[in-house]
Design a protein around this ligand. Structure first.
Ligand code: BEZ
Length: 237
């Protein structure tokens, strides 16, 4: 597939996640087929044995159970080879202690992508950053294999894992209750109900006495959604 004329594309939100078969630190995977029925966070990192990536992998390893409890699997990728991946993950487990995290075992698969085939299919190589290293891309893929959200970070910027978890819970909540989530939403906060689609509904909303609903104007109404109704709530700080 690889030539200098290859068109590099980035999957878009709402499209099917590009398929690939790959060798990983947990054996071969068929993506996204093996993950049918589950959410997946597919994320890339620039290189093994680098400090920002190490801090990220330790954090992902620490939070893996929390993501799994949300029916979400983690899949990492870099353009390094399998033996480099194995050596790096062993070093992390055996030698690195960071911010109270130690003996961190990365149990989720880390894809080897020496040919950069997957990284290019997912637009993980960004020429403004590096032509040989994947940026810190994060693809949220839903149980039907559809790309639902994409976040890119440059090489120097470690990801915010609370935000990745918050985004996952927010999308699951939006799907489950047919609502949207406002700025900085966290489980337990009010959610946004679909905008009124007719003058009658707009009037009804503005005149409603329902204590669970708050309308700031006819097009901007929220309703209460108890934290218990939201999948695996994030604690409020
Ligand atoms: C890092 O993970 O520390 C890193 C990787 C590539 C470029 C810069 C930093």
């Amino acid at each position: 597939m690889e030539t200098s004329e290859q068109v590099i594309s980035i999957p878009r939100i709402g499209e099917k996640a590009p398929e690939f078969k790959a060798i990983t630190t947990q054996g071969e995977i068929n993506f996204p087929t093996d993950y049918k029925g589950k959410w997946v966070i597919l994320f890339s990192h620039p290189a093994d044995f680098t400090p920002v990536c190490t801090s990220e992998f330790m954090t992902f390893a620490k939070m893996e159970n929390e993501f799994n409890a949300l029916n979400c699997q983690l899949v990492g990728l870099s353009v390094d080879g399998l033996y480099s991946h194995i050596a790096w993950l062993r070093t992390i487990k055996d030698k690195i202690e960071y911010k109270g995290m130690k003996n961190m075992e990365v149990k989720f698969p880390l894809v080897e992508d020496i040919t950069m085939e997957v990284a290019k299919r997912y637009g993980m190589i960004q020429p403004g950053e590096s032509s040989t290293k994947a940026v810190r891309a994060v693809f949220f893929i839903d149980p039907k294999g559809i790309v639902r959200a994409i976040i890119y970070y440059p090489l120097t910027l470690g990801r915010n894992f609370d935000e990745l978890k918050r985004a996952l819970i927010a999308m699951q909540t939006a799907d489950k209750y047919s609502v949207a989530t406002p700025a900085d939403w966290r489980p337990g906060d009010d959610v946004i109900v679909p905008t009124a689609g007719s003058c009658g509904v707009a009037k009804e909303r503005m005149e409603s006495k329902d204590e669970n609903v708050t309308c700031y104007d006819w097009f901007f109404c929220t309703k209460k959604l108890a934290v218990e109704q939201v999948n695996n709530p994030i604690s409020k700080n």
